[in-house]
Design a protein around this ligand. Structure first.
Ligand SMILES: Cc1cc2nc3c(=O)[nH]c(=O)nc-3n(C[C@H](O)[C@H](O)[C@H](O)COP(=O)(O)OP(=O)(O)OC[C@H]3O[C@@H](n4cnc5c(N)ncnc54)[C@H](O)[C@@H]3O)c2cc1C
Length: 394
């Protein structure tokens, strides 16, 4: 794993030539192969079933998973570049990718034993199976660690799960799920990995979203769901550690999606400002419009620097770290800045597009409806501020 040296990403401000080539490759793939699906996904809440398989075939799944488990043996940083490119061209698929590759696969990679990895990772890396991570519940949102009430009870050499999970990305369509539970009788947290055909597991419903449409997102139930002993991941009552290890990485990767959306919004606005003529001139000639474009540009560039810094730092996070210290503060700050800036950027962008910005059928409107989630998912803006404040006061 890379350390903090003078040649390291954390002290540089741009991509290496290999990383720039990688971004170019995934950007071309996303523009040519995935962008054509974006409108239909938004209009019909439809998902292209071959997405994960095509990403696997193209070598874009399991980027940070070692090759022995079927992955690409690259790094979390490349995972962020993939999300940046997907964010630019089809953010709905970026969310599905995050839930599969980062939330589910990374959690398995960092916490499971070799036998469990062999069971799950090759199929997830090939895209022949889809993954999800189910933590949130109707009564367990921001206070996740304190409020999880889905129970796991020891039963002979196995476990029995009962409870409900809600707002789970890929949940309704996943083949392999990581699930966070609380020991019954009331105790610590434990993580389980299970196939979706486990008896007692059921998809209650898919929940319709205002943005990032097409990606499935739903409510799941466990009713006397019996799992074998080998389903327990990371140890009994060790779930707290499993969650905290992954959250910082998720935040750095989610910032990549926001960066891609912001880049695309700026591009669409510059094009529009050059094309749209009112009062005899292209609107981009008016300084009030240039003021908006300049503000967008400054925020996009700052987002890029913070996102790449957070990704580089997440890359350097050892397997047993995360959930505390510099990486916790930096990743929270990156995604906080990205989420808040996206709100400002898309508000200006719709203004530049005028009535077209307000019409569902335009791309800029799709981006506008999407971005609020960057302030909610994976820990809200308020929770990120609490993290930064607590770390500064430590
Ligand atoms: C598109 C999308 C995909 C998601 N995917 C997944 C997934 O794959 N897996 C999964 O497990 N979860 C997923 N989630 C759930 C997500 O992680 C939660 O929505 C998030 O943790 C916030 O919880 P909540 O929505 O219940 O908000 P709440 O916790 O109910 O918060 C409501 C409001 O109160 C504020 N608040 C709460 N506590 C405090 C406090 N102490 N101080 C100040 N303000 C506070 C919050 O910031 C927020 O503004 C997803 C959510 C979305 C929107």
């Amino acid at each position: 794993m890379r350390g903090y040296g003078p040649d390291d990403m954390s002290t540089r401000f741009d991509l290496t030539s290999e990383q720039a080539d990688f971004l170019e490759r995934i950007d071309t793939f996303a523009r040519e192969e995935l962008y054509p699906h974006a409108q239909r996904m938004d209009d019909e809440d439809w998902f292209p079933d071959d997405f994960f398989k095509r990403m696997g075939d193209a070598g874009f799944l399991g980027v940070s998973v070692p090759t022995e488990w079927g992955g690409q043996g690259l790094s979390i940083f490349e995972g962020g570049l993939i999300l940046q490119a997907l964010g630019r061209w089809n953010h709905g698929l970026a969310l599905a990718y995050l839930c599969h590759d980062s939330l589910c696969m990374n959690t398995i990679l960092r916490n499971a034993d070799d036998e469990q990895k062999q069971w799950a990772l090759p199929d997830l890396c090939a895209g022949t199976k889809v993954g999800a991570l189910a933590m949130t519940e109707p009564e367990a949102g921001s206070d996740l660690l304190g409020s999880i009430s889905t129970t796991a009870r020891k039963d002979g050499d196995g476990y029995i799960l009962n409870g409900t999970k809600k707002f789970i990305g890929n949940g309704p369509t996943a083949d392999i799920l990581m699930v966070m539970t609380r020991a019954d009788p009331q105790g610590g947290l434990s993580a389980f990995m299970l196939p979706s055909d486990s008896p007692g597991f059921e998809v209650v419903r898919n929940i319709e979203k205002m943005g990032f449409r097409g990606t499935t997102w739903g409510e799941l139930s466990f009713e006397n769901c019996r799992l074998p002993a080998e389903s327990l991941v990371g140890g009994w009552n060790r779930g707290h550690r499993v969650i905290m290890r992954g959250l910082d990485i998720e935040r750095a990767l989610a910032a990549g999606i926001g960066l891609g959306i912001a880049e695309r919004a700026l591009e669409l606005c510059v094009e529009r400002a050059k094309e749209r003529r009112q009062f005899g001139k292209a609107i981009g000639n008016y300084q009030l419009i240039q003021d908006k474009l300049a503000g967008m540009y400054v925020r996009v560039e700052t987002m890029r620097t913070m996102t790449y810094r957070a990704l580089a730092a997440a890359e350097d996070t050892a397997y047993d770290q995360g959930g505390v210290g510099e990486i916790h503060k930096l990743t929270a700050a990156a995604v906080l800045y990205v989420g808040e800036s996206l709100n400002w950027i898309l508000n200006q962008a719709v203004q530049i597009w005028g009535a077209r910005g307000y019409a569902w059928e335009y791309e800029i409107n799709r981006l506008f409806r999407a971005i609020k989630v960057l302030e909610i998912g994976g820990g809200t803006t308020e929770v990120r501020k609490l993290i930064i404040g607590q770390e500064l006061m430590r």
